[in-house]
Design a protein around this ligand. Structure first.
Ligand SMILES: [Zn+2]
Length: 88
């Protein structure tokens, strides 16, 4: 699990949480109002477009204050990290 958070206002940039618990993922999803979407199969990986489930969530990426989900495909996680580099 990788959490990528980026803010245009710089500084607030995080790439962390290597081993987040599924419970914490659920809490986090509830917090950002994406839990229902994931449960209903409506959430998609922002990189590859694959449907995100609780089993394949790889991380969260925040761009301009909006949170997007990334699946656990290493390619997508690398791409997400690249986006975070560009947002610097
Ligand atoms: Zn993906």
């Amino acid at each position: 699990m990788v959490v990528v958070t980026i803010s245009k206002q710089a500084v607030k940039r995080k790439i962390l949480v290597p081993a987040i618990h599924e419970d914490e993922v659920i809490l986090l999803l509830r917090k950002i109002n994406l839990y229902d979407k994931v449960i209903q199969g409506k959430a998609k990986c922002t990189i590859c477009g694959k449907v995100i489930t609780l089993e394949n969530i790889g991380g969260f990426i925040g761009i301009d204050g909006e949170i997007h989900l990334v699946c656990n495909n290493p390619k997508c996680l690398i791409q997400a990290a690249r986006i975070s580099e560009q947002e610097k």
